[in-house]
Write a protein that binds this ligand. Structure first.
Ligand code: B12
Ligand SMILES: *[C@@H]1O[C@H](CO)[C@@H](O)[C@H](O)[C@H]1NC(C)=O
Ligand SMILES: *[C@@H]1O[C@H](CO)[C@@H](O)[C@H](O)[C@H]1NC(C)=O
Ligand SMILES: *[C@@H]1O[C@H](CO)[C@@H](O)[C@H](O)[C@H]1NC(C)=O
Length: 143
């Protein structure tokens, strides 16, 4: 249920006509046992000298938002978010630390694969990690 809503939210952000996202579930395989992917969720905060890695497995195709909720439900980490009507889910805080306009700080989202680190070009509601990837939440500053 939740995931369906999230999927729609992601499509709503990506499609000019939100209605097209409904019921499509494009790219998903049904009727087969979906495979699991192993990934590492990494929380990085240079300012506080924090670097925590959380290994997780999740069904292939699950957005990072679902994976973060799994970790939160298991009391491993916590996070908060807000909803942007335009772009979906914005990650506000991780483990009690929030970004802020006042301090020009935010949680930057990055992906590390084969030693190559790249910033994500979508938010946590849309991003689907691949197996063996490091999904990084990096507390940083802008401007
Ligand atoms: C400024 C900006 C930011 C600032 C916003 C804070 C601030 N006060 O300035 C900061 C640096 C925090 C930011 C972060 C990110 N951003 Co940004 N950002 C923008 C930018 C350049 C302008 C937004 C704006 O001020 N609009 C004007 C105001 C009046 O409209 P608004 O709707 O109220 O704006 C708010 C939202 O846009 C929100 N916001 C900003 N970025 C993002 C990203 C996501 C996923 C969400 C849900 C909300 C969100 O913050 C704005 C201020 O409150 C836009 C591109 C653009 N030209 O629109 C990209 C843009 C929205 N960001 C984008 C992305 C990808 C990100 C990040 C995921 C990048 C990353 N790898 O970490 C992160 C978000 C991570 C997280 N914690 O969830 C993409 C979203 C694409 C998509 N389809 O989802 C855009 C479109 C740029 C692009 N073309 O790639 N961003
Ligand atoms: C989230 O985690 C931080 C750091 O581990 C902790 O201080 C805070 O109390 C937690 N918040 C919630 C709501 O569990
Ligand atoms: C800004 O940073 C200071 C110092 O780290 C912190 O005490 C304060 O709570 C931050 N402001 C916001 C709005 O988060
Ligand atoms: C994470 O943020 C720190 C502090 O701003 C920055 O020095 C570092 O380059 C960032 N890491 C990545 C992988 O971008």
């Amino acid at each position: 249920m939740t995931l369906t809503a999230i999927t729609l939210l992601c499509f709503a952000a990506l499609l000019p006509f939100p209605g097209l996202g409904r019921g499509g579930n494009s790219g998903e395989q049904h009727g087969v046992v979906s495979s699991q992917v192993s990934i590492n969720v990494v929380v990085s905060n240079k300012f506080a000298n924090e670097l925590n890695t959380y290994p997780v497995t999740a069904p292939k195709g699950m957005p990072i938002f679902g994976i973060l909720n799994q970790l939160q439900d298991n009391n491993q980490l916590n996070f908060t978010y807000s909803i942007s009507k335009s772009y979906g889910i914005f990650l506000e805080s991780v483990n009690g630390l929030a970004g802020s306009t006042e301090n020009k700080t935010y949680w930057e989202l990055l992906s590390k694969r084969n030693k190559k680190t790249t910033p994500l070009n979508v938010g946590i509601g849309c991003y689907q990690p691949e197996k063996n990837e490091n999904f990084i939440m990096n507390f940083t500053t802008w401007a």
